[in-house]
Structures are given as C-alpha cells and as structure tokens.
Design a protein around this ligand. Structure first.
Ligand code: BES
Ligand code: ZN
Ligand code: ZN
Length: 490
C-alpha cells in the first residue's frame, strides 16, 4: 500500500529555521500579526514577508493560496512557502493550503511553522492527502521523500487532533491504490486477499467463495462473473465498535475488477478505464480501514461483490433469465449493465443477514451519471430524506461533491419485462435513475437506503484539490463523517 507521508510534530524552535534545508512554510492571516515563525523568516529575509503581505498579490489571493519566495537570501532553504490563511478560516481552506504545500515540495524536506494556528491538523491532512502517487508499476520509483516536520505551540495536541484525520487519509489511500490497480494485478482473489489482511486491524473478515454463493442463491451476481477465469467472491468486513446489540450500518460496494461489457462488449477506445469499475468496493474497503484505525464506536459492516465481467463461451447472454437471491427473476437485456446484478444480491444478503439500521451502496454504475453530473458530484438516490440529508451535509463538510437525484414509480415501469419480473435496463432515458430503481426493488421497506453512483468521481483524468489525476478516494471522508455524526455514540 502507498504509505502516508509521516508528519512529525515538534515544539517551535526559532533557532532551527535559518539552517532548515528544503522548504519552510509560514502562515499569514491578513488580519493578524506575524507569528513567531513568520517574524523570524521575515527577519532572516530582511523584510520579504512584510513586503509580500503589503503587496497586491497577497491582497488578491484567497484563503488556502500559497505564494513562494525562492532561494531566500539569509536562509539555507530552497524556498519559503507563504500560505494565506485567515485566523478564522474553514477546514476546507486549510486542507487546500496543505495540498498546495504538498504539490510544491516534490521530494524536498518541509518545515511547517504553525505556531498556534487553529487548523494545523487540517493543513496536515490536506498535505498527506495530496502527497500521493501511484508508483507500484514505475521501475524508477522509490526515490526517498524528504521529511515533513510541523513546529507549533502544542505539538502533542496537534498530533492528537491530526490522528483521526490521518486515519481517513490511510483509508482514502487504500481506496486509491485499489482503484488505480490494473486488472491483471487486482484480480478478484488478490482483492479478497487484501481485504482479509485487514483482520490485523481488528476487523472480522469473511470471504464467501462460489460454492457458498451458489448455496445462497446469488445467481444474478454469479452470472456476471461466469465468463471469467477469476472466481467471483463476496467479502464481508465487520467492525463492531458499538453497542453489542445495535444494528449496524451496512456499506455495499460494486467490485467489478474489470468491465469489458461481456457479450454486450464495450467499444475498445477507453475500455482500459474499466479497471476502476471496482471503485465502489474500494470505497467500502477504505472506509472500513479508517473506522478500524480510529477505533470508531459504531457497528458497521462492509460487503463487496467481487467479479470480472468477461465475454466467453460460458458468459451470460443477452436474453438470459436469472433468478436473484431475493427470488425475483431478471431478464438480462444488456450484459454491460452488470453492476446492478452484482449489487442486488449483495444488498439482499446484507439485509437478510445483518438487519441493518441503514444501508448505503456505492457503485461506478452508469455512464449516464457522468453525462448528468460530470466529475464534480456523485449521484445520490435515496428512500429516506433524513438519512439522505445527513449524508449530503457530511459530504459538503468534507468537500466531496454529492447531488440528490429523483426516483419514482414512472421510472420504475421502464424496467418491465415481457417474460421475467424485470429487465436489467430501462432505455436511454434517465439511465442512472432506472439503475437506481432496479436496486430499489432489492431494498426492504423498512431499510433506510442511499445509492451513490460514483462513476464520475471515483477516478478522474485531471487533478483535484486533494488528489493527483486518477483515483480520488471520493466518499471515504464523507462516509466516515456520517458514521461519526449519526451512528457513533459519545
Ligand atoms: N461500469 C459501467 C459504468 C461506467 C461508465 C463507469 C463510465 C465508469 C465510467 C457500467 O457497468 C455500464 O457499463 N453501464 C452501462 C449501462 C447501460 C448498458 C444501461 C452504461 O452506462 O453505458
Ligand atoms: Zn458495464
Ligand atoms: Zn460496470
């Protein structure tokens, strides 16, 4: 797994600043006096900080922006990064500032002079999140990265405040690594093995193999994987940090390790992107990791359906009818609408086995959601306003775009089949909504439920505030917050 940048916290030592190698970062509030670190840098550079503070460029910059003095006279450092951060800012601006510093530093050492800045932990979180690269398959990787040290008034307090945020970053890194991994490396078996290894963190992990899935009757899930050499699996991860008899939150993830479309084969151009079609399962894994690392006081169960969608002599065909675990029959019109076939069985199993207090599924489910919402927002579908609003609030607080979409009976009728209980696709119209309607048929009346279509946000072609291009880890922070705010005691 890609390692998080270690950040150490130390008491401010003014004497060390002049001799610091690499980069030094200071934080300026336009409305406040220079803190001790900034004063020292200002003195060493003969007033350069004051001049920058007085200039137009700083006045026009926004909270979280960074300006750089390169090769400052009077210091050993190659650069001083000057961060615009008002004393009363918000967490997201502080994260953006940290991310900006991570981008600027490259491989260099970095000393943060945070004095008594309130948002020091958030700055460190942004830095850790942006200091990510997927180098597993670069033969020239492994260059040693410089150290990051944060000097502040109360280093122990800052470190304690950063710890739960670093647990989120650890989870998001796992999500990103899984989502970035090529399909010849991340097979269904390799995926299950990585999840099993999380037992070391105190999670209970169980891997269901094909024989067990047949016995359970998960025929819609199995039909997706039947054309592949890789065996289909369902992995169940339990974190029992809450009260003994409290019903858990269930998180369910689509884990299609590669989606060729099957017999309804996708076009060749861009098919390589379908290595990320296990992104939903990746988020579930990442959230479970974060919850374990910060020892969350909640019961949460994560379930992922791991399959590969391949064409072959024994692949499922368009027109085949399969019976779900629930018992409803599905006419497979398009084998490329496979995600819902995987999810419906895992969702049903989750409810039968765990009687969850709520259920949230995540899936790179439809191209239509990318057409509708682009890469800024995930599509949010729900049968429960209170749960849905709590999630939207959590996502907003974490800076993760999420937008609620409609559902309704009118869309549901589009799934009508002549020969079975339902078809697996509607038509071209409202493709993301009909996908959600399909899933809803496998949600019990009493289960508050959210479906997150993350096809547009799980992996992107250009960098975002907290991630380089590629897998983003979208959702780990929002779901972690939702657990904290709605499912955790005390
Ligand atoms: N995995 C795809 C959806 C997808 C598209 C994810 C783009 C990420 C980026 C899904 O399995 C799929 O192929 N959906 C079809 C559904 C259609 C056949 C009804 C689609 O969106 O075209
Ligand atoms: Zn597909
Ligand atoms: Zn898919």
């Amino acid at each position: 797994m890609t390692a998080l940048t270690p950040i150490t916290f130390a008491a401010t030592d003014i004497e060390k600043i002049a001799a610091q190698e690499g980069r030094v970062a200071i934080f300026l509030a336009p409305d406040g006096p220079l803190d001790a670190g900034a004063r020292r840098v200002n003195k060493l550079t003969k007033g350069a900080v004051q001049r920058l503070l007085a200039g137009q460029k700083f006045a026009k910059s926004k909270p979280g922006d960074v300006a750089t003095l390169t090769f400052p006279v009077g210091m050993v450092a190659e650069a001083v990064d000057i961060v615009h951060l008002p004393r009363r800012t918000d967490a997201l601006a502080a994260r953006k500032a940290g991310a900006g510093l991570a981008k600027l530093r490259g491989q260099s050492d970095l000393l943060l002079l945070a004095a008594n800045m309130k948002y020091v932990a958030e700055v460190c979180f942004g830095l850790a999140m942006r200091d990510y690269g997927f180098d597993d398959h670069k033969t020239d990787a492994n260059e040693r990265k410089g150290a990051v040290v944060t000097m502040c008034k109360k280093p122990d307090e800052a470190e304690a405040a950063a710890a739960p945020l670093m647990a989120i970053a650890e989870g998001a890194f796992m999500t990103r690594d899984l989502t970035n991994a090529p399909a010849n490396v991340l097979t269904t078996t390799a995926f299950a093995d990585q999840l099993s290894a999380m037992q070391d963190l105190g999670l209970k992990v169980e891997v269901l193999d094909e024989d067990q899935l047949v016995k359970l009757g998960m025929r819609t899930l199995l039909c997706v994987g039947q054309g592949s050499e890789s065996p289909s699996k369902v992995v169940v991860m339990e974190w029992n940090g809450g009260a003994k008899d409290e019903a858990p939150l269930a998180l369910v993830g689509k884990g299609v390790v590669f989606d060729t479309g099957g017999i309804s084969l996708k076009p060749g151009a861009g098919m390589e992107d379908m290595t990320m079609d296990m992104g939903g399962a990746g988020v579930v894994a990442g959230v479970m990791r974060s919850l374990a690392l910060r020892a969350a006081k909640a019961n949460v169960v994560g379930l992922v359906g791991l399959v590969e969608n391949m064409p072959s002599g024994n692949a499922v065909r368009p027109g085949d009818v399969v019976t779900s675990m629930k018992g409803d029959t599905v006419e497979v019109i398009n084998t490329d609408a496979e995600g819902r076939l995987v999810l419906c069985d895992v969702m049903w199993y989750a409810q039968e086995r765990f009687k969850p207090a709520a259920m949230i599924d995540l899936a790179t489910l439809t191209g239509a959601i990318v057409v509708g919402l682009g890469h800024e927002n995930a599509g949010v579908f729900s049968n429960d306003d209170a749960l849905c609003n709590a999630f939207l609030k959590a996502a907003q607080a974490e800076g993760e775009g999420a937008w609620r979409m409609p559902m309704g009976r009118g869309y549901d009728t589009l799934l009508k089949s002549r020969i079975a209980d339902m078809k697996n696709i509607g038509g071209r119209a409202a493709g993301s909504v009909t996908a959600a309607q399909f899933l809803k048929r496998f949600v019990k009346e009493e289960t508050p439920w959210i479906h997150l279509d993350i096809a547009g946000v799980a992996s992107v072609k250009s960098e975002t505030t907290l991630a380089p291009a590629g897998a983003t880890g979208w959702g780990v922070a929002a779901l972690n917050r939702l657990v904290r705010e709605r499912f955790e005691k005390g």
